[in-house]
Design a protein around this ligand. Structure first.
Ligand SMILES: CC(C)(COP(=O)(O)OP(=O)(O)OC[C@H]1O[C@@H](n2cnc3c(N)ncnc32)[C@H](O)[C@@H]1OP(=O)(O)O)[C@@H](O)C(=O)NCCC(=O)NCCS
Length: 254
């Protein structure tokens, strides 16, 4: 078995692998997969594994970026990882993923991400479960009052592919602003709390964002510390526990 670039002449074999792994696709989806594959092959972003000249595995790289503390970092989105059913269990998957990660790194993408159907083959090459995907659905009424500052509501129109660049630019500006990144100091006194930006100091306990959320919902410091959500001096732990002690509950179910 050898890792390779999928060749343009192997398009049908590539599609066959996809369909055997993910099931029969409607004709317009097949056309999309084919068009994407042509682009990715031409750009050296479609890798595979051959065994005796036969294509037995494939995966594609989609150049993306992820925002970390207000900085955009190139990220390889790994798509359509497939091994022919009769060739599974022979380490073609890890061989393929090692080549894919090498190609991504060579193209200046230090991060990569995928949506795994199962963890073990990806853990083998260094991945770990690290994030959640959220889908938001907005009721259309929420968009109707949208207006520029001081202006009248804008007329809505149907969005199309041509709007993608603008949407991405807006999202980038939001992430770049990273309004709540950096270090904040939390002061609690007389039943009220106040958060303000401040430089980190060595003598203060430090909570991660998730740590603060957990503390707020009543998770004790003895749980936060082993999880790495609370670090630094422990002298104020009893005070934190007292200030945030509660039995959280939600009235809404959704
Ligand atoms: C997932 C897939 C790519 C793995 O490729 P593979 O070449 O069969 O991988 P290997 O069997 O060599 O697996 C490597 C390790 O992962 C484990 N593994 C593989 N598939 C697994 C599964 N479905 N569940 C749990 N463990 C699995 C193997 O046991 C092996 O671990 P080991 O070496 O400790 O025994 C392949 O099974 C496949 O194409 N599946 C269908 C399409 C698909 O779901 N793609 C993934 C999209 S994210």
């Amino acid at each position: 078995m050898l890792a390779c670039d999928v060749d343009r002449t192997e398009l049908d074999d590539f599609l066959d692998l996809i369909i055997r792994a993910f099931g029969t696709q409607p004709p317009d989806r097949v056309a999309d997969i084919r068009a994407n594959a042509v682009r990715r092959i031409a750009d050296g972003r479609c890798l595979g594994v051959r065994d005796g000249g036969r294509l037995i595995a494939a995966a594609s790289i989609i150049p993306m970026s992820q925002w970390w503390h207000g900085r955009s970092v190139p990220l390889a989105g790994i798509s359509s990882v497939v091994v022919a059913p009769e060739d599974r269990g022979r380490s073609a998957g890890p061989l393929l993923m090692t080549a894919v990660l090498g190609r991504a790194a060579g193209r200046g993408m230090p991060l990569s991400m995928l949506h795994p159907v199962t963890a073990p083959p990806y853990r083998k090459v260094g991945y770990e479960l690290a994030a959640t995907t959220y889908w938001y659905t907005l009721p259309i009424q929420a968009l109707r009052p949208l207006a520029p500052p001081g202006g009248a509501p804008v007329k809505l129109r149907r969005a199309g592919e041509a709007d993608a660049a603008d949407v991405i630019a807006v999202l980038d500006r939001v992430h770049a602003a990273a309004a709540n990144a950096a270090t904040w100091r939390l002061t609690i006194s007389d039943g009220t709390a106040h958060a303000e930006r401040a430089a980190a100091t060595a003598d203060a306990p430090r909570l991660t964002a998730g740590g603060l959320a957990a503390l707020y919902a009543g998770t004790p410091t003895t749980t936060l510390r082993p999880a790495g959500l609370l670090t630094g001096p422990a002298g104020a732990d009893a005070a934190l526990d007292a200030a945030f002690a509660c039995r959280p509950f939600a009235l809404d179910s959704f």
